[in-house]
Design a protein around this ligand. Structure first.
Ligand SMILES: Nc1nc2c(c(=O)[nH]1)N[C@H]1C(S)=C(S)[C@@H](COP(=O)(O)OP(=O)(O)OC[C@H]3O[C@@H](n4cnc5c(N)ncnc54)[C@H](O)[C@@H]3O)O[C@H]1N2
Ligand code: MOO
Length: 421
C-alpha cells in the first residue's frame, strides 16, 4: 500500500468509522470532537534549547532534577536566628550571608546572622525576621519577640523534590513554563515537532487584499485569518494562495501539498453551489470522512484525509471560517500536538439582555463581556460580518434546543483568548 492510499479506501479509517453521510441536520459537534480525541499525536520529537522551545509543546514530562528550592534560604532581607531566642533580648550579629555565598558554620544559640533574600540559611537558624521589624543597636539586633519558627524561610524541596513532575507532557511552553524549566536548571526540553499546515483559499471572486477589485470581486481574507490563528496555536503555516473554482486545479494543488504537511485547511467551495468543487477534489485523491456539522455558522464543513495528511475544508464565509477553525481546527491541532483537553473552557454567565434563540442548530454567537461579566450578544451576527468577531471577547454556545434567553438564563460562554493559544 502506498502512502497516498492510506487509509486504504476499502478499510475503515479509525478517525471516520461512519459513512461521511451526515444524519439530518448534520453531525453533532461532540461526535466530531470525540473522534478527534482518538487522533494520536505526531510522533516526531526533538530536544531544543529553552529559548527555541518557547511556544512549542512538551513531549516528555519535565522531571525536577533537584529539590526546588535547592537549599533552605531566606525569603527576606533581615536577620536569621533561632525563634526561641527572639524574646530574650538583643542578640549579637556575628556575621553576614549574601545570596550566592555558602551558609558557613552552624548558627550558635543566642546569636543572629545578617541575611539577604535568597541567601542560604545556616544550620541551627529556624527563622528570619524582616529587617523592617528589627532594631539595630550597635552590633546587636532586637528581633520581634513574636518571631515564629519557620518565618520567612523557603525550605529546600518545598516546591518540588528531585524526581517530582514539574510539568506534564502536552503542556504548551509559555513564559512561566520556560521560566520554570530554567529555574530547575534544565537547559533543553523535548518538544513535539510543530504541526505543519497548508492553507488555501478557493474562489474565483477573490483577489489579494490591497489589490484592485474588479466588479464582483472581493478581497481574500480567510487565509490571513487562518494563518494568524494557526501560527498562534504553534503551527508552521504554508500559505498556498488562492485557487480558482476549478476541480482539476484544486485536486492538483491538494495532491502536491499533501506530502509536505500534516494538515491541509481550505476555505470555500464546500457547500452545494455550482462552483463548490472542494469535496469532489478531495474524494478524487483521498477520503471524505465527514461532511456537514450541526452548528451555525459552519454547517458545510468537510473533514477527510489525503494519504496520512488530514484535510479540513472550511466554509467560505469569513465568520464561519474562524468559528469552525476555533471549534474544530483548534482541537484537531491540539490532538496532533498531544495537548489536552481538546475542549475549551466553558464559563456559565448571565446574559445582559434577552437573546432571541432560534431552535434547530447549535449556534455560536459573538459576544462581549461587561465589567460584571454579563454577556452582551453583538449586533453583527451575519456569517460574512467579521466585525462582530473583531469586537468579541468570546462566543456564546447556544444549544440547538435553547429556550429564548433572558437575563436569568445561564449562558455558556467560551472566552476568545483561551481559543487562540
Ligand atoms: N443552497 C445552499 N446554499 C448555501 C448553503 C446551503 O446549505 N445550501 N450553505 C450556506 C452556508 S451556511 C455557508 S457557510 C456557505 C459556505 O459555502 P462554501 O463553503 O461553498 O463557500 P463559498 O460559497 O465559496 O463562499 C461563501 C461566501 O464567503 C465568501 N468567501 C469565500 N472565501 C473567501 C475568502 N477567502 N475571503 C473572503 N471571503 C470569502 C464568498 O465570496 C461567499 O460570499 O454557503 C451558503 N450557501
Ligand atoms: O454555516 Mo454558514 O457558515 O451558517 O454561514
Amino acid at each position: 500500500m502506498t502512502d497516498s492510499q492510506f487509509p486504504h479506501p476499502q478499510f475503515p479509517d479509525p478517525l471516520f468509522p461512519d459513512s461521511p453521510e451526515a444524519p439530518p441536520g448534520g453531525w453533532p459537534l461532540d461526535h466530531l470532537l470525540a473522534r478527534l480525541a482518538d487522533l494520536p499525536p505526531l510522533p516526531e520529537t526533538r530536544r531544543l534549547p529553552l529559548a527555541e522551545a518557547a511556544g512549542q509543546v512538551l513531549a516528555d514530562p519535565l522531571i525536577a532534577p533537584t529539590n526546588q528550592p535547592r537549599f533552605d534560604n531566606s525569603a527576606m532581607d533581615g536577620f536569621a536566628a533561632r525563634a526561641a531566642d527572639a524574646p530574650t533580648g538583643p542578640l549579637p550579629v556575628v556575621r553576614r550571608i549574601l545570596a550566592g555565598q555558602p551558609a558557613g558554620a552552624p548558627l550558635e544559640a543566642g546569636t543572629a546572622v545578617r541575611i539577604m533574600t535568597g541567601a542560604p540559611l545556616p544550620a541551627g537558624a529556624d527563622a528570619v525576621a524582616m529587617q523592617e521589624h528589627c532594631r539595630l543597636d550597635g552590633a546587636h539586633v532586637h528581633l520581634p519577640p513574636t518571631l515564629k519558627a519557620g518565618a520567612n524561610i523557603r525550605r529546600a524541596g518545598e516546591e518540588f523534590t528531585a524526581g517530582q513532575t514539574a510539568l506534564p507532557a502536552g503542556v504548551r511552553l509559555g513564559p512561566a513554563q520556560i521560566g520554570l524549566a530554567a529555574a530547575l536548571g534544565v537547559g533543553q526540553l523535548t518538544v513535539r515537532r510543530p504541526v505543519r499546515v497548508a492553507v488555501f483559499a478557493t474562489g474565483d471572486e477573490l483577489v489579494e487584499p490591497g489589490q484592485p477589485c474588479p466588479e464582483g470581486a472581493i478581497p481574500e481574507s480567510n487565509r490571513l485569518t487562518l494563518a494568524t490563528l494557526l501560527t498562534g496555536l504553534g503551527c508552521t503555516v504554508k500559505d498556498l494562495g488562492i485557487l480558482p473554482d476549478h476541480r482539476e486545479t484544486i485536486t492538483a494543488a491538494l495532491a502536491e501539498a499533501a506530502p509536505e504537511v500534516d494538515l491541509i485547511v481550505t476555505s470555500g467551495g464546500v457547500s452545494v453551489g455550482e462552483a463548490d468543487h472542494v469535496r469532489q477534489a478531495l474524494t478524487g485523491i483521498g477520503r471524505l470522512g465527514l461532511w456537514k456539522l450541526a452548528i451555525k455558522p459552519g454547517k458545510p464543513l468537510a473533514l477527510g484525509r489525503i494519504g496520512h495528511t488530514l484535510f479540513l475544508g472550511l466554509p467560505g464565509n469569513p465568520v464561519s471560517v474562524m468559528v469552525t477553525a476555533l471549534m474544530i481546527g483548534r482541537p484537531l491541532v491540539l490532538a496532533l500536538q498531544g495537548r489536552q483537553p481538546l475542549e475549551p473552557r466553558r464559563l456559565t454567565l448571565p446574559a445582559a439582555a434577552p437573546i432571541a434563540a432560534k431552535a434547530g442548530r447549535r449556534t455560536f454567537l459573538r459576544a462581549r463581556l461587561d465589567n460584571q461579566n454579563r454577556v452582551h450578544a453583538l449586533t453583527n451576527q451575519g456569517s460574512a460580518m467579521l466585525s462582530g468577531l473583531a469586537m468579541a471577547d468570546g462566543l456564546i454556545d447556544l444549544p440547538a434546543d435553547s429556550p429564548p434567553i433572558n437575563t436569568t438564563t445561564p449562558l455558556t460562554f467560551l472566552p476568545l483568548p483561551d481559543l487562540l493559544t
